[in-house]
Design a protein around this ligand. Structure first.
Ligand code: ATP
Ligand code: MG
Length: 437
C-alpha cells in the first residue's frame, strides 16, 4: 500500500516536472517566433519612414508597389490640413501621413510572408487602443502573452501575441516514462531490502546458534561446578572430622564418617556419569522411583547442611502413592537444589524448617517444598529460573535454572510462590505413566 502511494507520488511529481520542462521549451520557441516577427515588422515599418521623403508626385505607382506591395495607394494632400500621423482605415489598412504625403498601407500584405504569426492563437497590431490588424480571437484568454511596442517615430505600434501550449506535440512517452522508471526503481529497492533482511536474519541465526553453543557449554561447565561443590565440601568436612578423631584416638566413630564420605563420592561419580551421558546423548535411563526413599537420600546428602542450619525436616507422602518413572538422579538433583536453597535462605533463622509434601493430582504427582525463610523477593519470583540470577554473595544462580531444565525434560511443571506467614514454596508436577503402575 505504502509502496503504491510512493510510486504514485513520485510518478506524478516527475511527470509534472517533465511536462513543465517540455512546456518551457514550447514557450521559448514561441518567444523566439515573436522576436522574429517583431524584428521583421520593425524593419518593414521603418522602410515606410525611409521612403516617404523620397516619393514625388511624378513617381510611378507600379514601381513603388512592386518594391513595397503593402503600399496600396498614396496621395498628396494640402500641407495646410493638419492630419494625424496614422489613421486606421479598417480591414488591416491604415493611412500613414507625413508632410503633404499620405500612404495607405495594407498590413495583411505586409504580414503575408511572416509564417511565425501562425504559431500564435492571437496576433494583433494596435495604435493608441485602435486595432489595425488582428488574427484570431482577441477575447479568448491564452496561457502565454507577449507585448512589445515598435521603436518607430511615426508608427509606434504595439505588437501583441497570445499562445497556448500545443498539447498534442508534447512527447507523452517521455512524460509517462517516470511511471516505468519508478516502478523499476521501487521493485529493485524492495528486492534489495528483502535480500538484506534475509541476509540479516541468516547472520542473526548464525550468531544465535554460536551463542547457544557457547551458552550450552557454559551452562554445562557451570552445572558441573554447582553440583560437585556440595559433595566435595561434605567430603572435606567428613575427612577433617575423621582426622581429628584419629588424633584424639576415638576410632569408633570413624567408619560412620568414612561411609558418609563414600556416599558423597558415589554421588560425584553418578553426577559425572550423568554429565558424560548428557554429552553423549540426551537420554538418561528411566526407572520407577520410590519417592520416600529418594527424599531420604537427599536428606542424607545434605545432612551436614541441615545440621549446621538446625533445619527441622518434615514430610508427608500420600497413601498408595504411584511410582514416578524418571531418571532418579534427575529427581534427586531437583529436590537437592530446592532443599539446598531453602537451607541457605534460612541461615540465621531461629526456627528453620523444610516440609516436603507429595500427593496425586491430575494424573500426575505434585511435590511441594515449603520452608520457613523470608520467601522470594518480587524480583526473584519473576527471575528465579533464569540462569545466573542470584541474590547470594557466593551464589552462581544456576541451581534453579538446572531444576527448571530438568523439570521440563521430564514434561513436568514448576511454580515458585510465597506462602503468607511462611516462606518460599516450590510446587512441582510430573505426569504419571499408566504402564508403570
Ligand atoms: N527457598 C528460597 N527462599 C528465598 N529465596 C530463594 C529460595 N530459593 C531460591 N531463592 C532465590 O532464588 C535465587 C536463585 O536461586 P539459585 O539456586 O538458582 O541460585 P543460587 O542459590 O543463588 O546460586 P547457586 O547457583 O549456587 O545455586 C537465589 O539467589 C535466591 O535469591
Ligand atoms: Mg541455589
Amino acid at each position: 500500500m505504502l509502496r503504491g502511494v510512493t510510486w504514485l507520488l513520485l510518478t506524478l511529481l516527475s511527470s509534472a516536472s517533465l511536462s513543465g520542462w517540455f512546456l518551457l521549451q514550447q514557450y521559448e520557441e514561441k518567444s523566439a517566433d515573436f522576436r522574429i516577427l517583431y524584428r521583421d515588422i520593425t524593419v518593414k515599418l521603418s522602410q515606410h519612414d525611409a521612403i516617404m521623403p523620397l516619393l514625388s508626385t511624378q513617381q510611378n505607382m507600379a514601381e513603388v508597389t512592386h518594391m513595397l506591395p503593402q503600399i496600396v495607394q498614396w496621395r498628396h494632400d494640402s500641407a495646410l490640413t493638419p492630419r494625424m500621423p496614422v489613421i486606421p482605415e479598417g480591414e488591416g489598412q491604415y493611412w500613414l501621413s507625413h508632410g503633404g504625403l499620405s500612404l495607405l498601407i495594407d498590413l495583411t500584405v505586409l504580414l503575408a510572408g511572416e509564417e511565425e504569426k501562425k504559431t500564435f492563437q492571437h496576433f494583433a497590431i494596435s495604435w493608441q487602443q485602435a486595432r489595425l490588424y488582428e488574427q484570431g480571437d482577441g477575447n479568448t484568454s491564452t496561457w502565454w502573452r507577449w507585448d512589445k511596442t515598435v521603436v518607430s517615430p511615426n508608427q509606434p505600434f504595439l505588437l501583441s501575441a497570445g499562445g497556448n501550449p500545443t498539447w498534442e506535440t508534447l512527447p507523452w512517452w517521455w512524460v509517462g516514462s517516470p511511471a516505468l522508471f519508478w516502478a523499476l526503481a521501487l521493485y529493485l529497492l524492495t528486492q534489495y531490502q528483502t535480500n538484506k533482511r534475509r541476509r540479516d536474519i541468516a547472520d542473526l541465526r548464525a550468531h544465535y546458534a554460536e551463542l547457544t553453543r557457547l551458552n550450552t557449554l557454559g551452562e554445562l561447565a557451570g552445572g558441573m561446578m554447582h553440583e560437585l561443590n556440595q559433595p566435595l565440601t561434605a567430603i572435606m568436612s567428613y575427612n577433617q572430622a575423621a582426622v581429628r578423631l584419629i588424633e584424639q584416638n576415638k576410632l569408633a566413630q570413624i567408619p560412620g564418617l568414612l561411609n558418609a564420605a563414600v556416599v558423597q563420592i558415589k554421588r560425584i561419580d553418578a553426577l559425572l556419569s550423568q554429565f558424560r551421558q548428557r554429552l553423549a546423548s540426551d537420554d538418561a535411563a528411566d526407572q520407577p522411583i520410590v519417592l520416600p526413599a529418594l527424599w531420604l537420600r537427599v536428606c542424607q546428602l545434605l545432612d551436614n547442611e541441615f545440621r549446621a542450619g538446625k533445619v527441622h525436616l518434615s514430610s508427608h507422602f500420600a497413601d498408595d502413592l504411584s511410582m514416578l518413572v524418571a531418571p532418579p538422579l534427575w529427581v534427586e538433583q531437583i529436590l537437592h537444589n530446592i532443599a539446598s536453597n531453602a537451607i541457605q535462605a534460612q541461615v540465621g533463622c531461629a526456627a528453620a524448617w523444610l516440609h516436603f509434601d507429595v500427593r496425586h493430582k491430575d494424573r500426575g504427582i505434585v511435590m511441594t517444598l515449603t520452608d520457613g525463610g523470608p520467601g522470594l523477593s518480587e524480583e526473584a519470583l519473576e527471575r528465579v529460573f533464569m540462569p545466573f540470577f542470584t541474590t547470594r554473595v557466593a551464589g552462581i544462580g544456576l541451581g534453579m535454572a538446572l531444576v527448571d531444565t530438568l523439570v521440563h525434560r521430564l514434561n513436568g511443571t514448576i511454580e515458585a510462590s510465597n506462602i503468607a506467614g511462611q516462606g518460599a514454596c516450590f510446587r512441582l508436577w510430573f505426569p504419571l505413566r499408566e504402564e508403570a503402575n
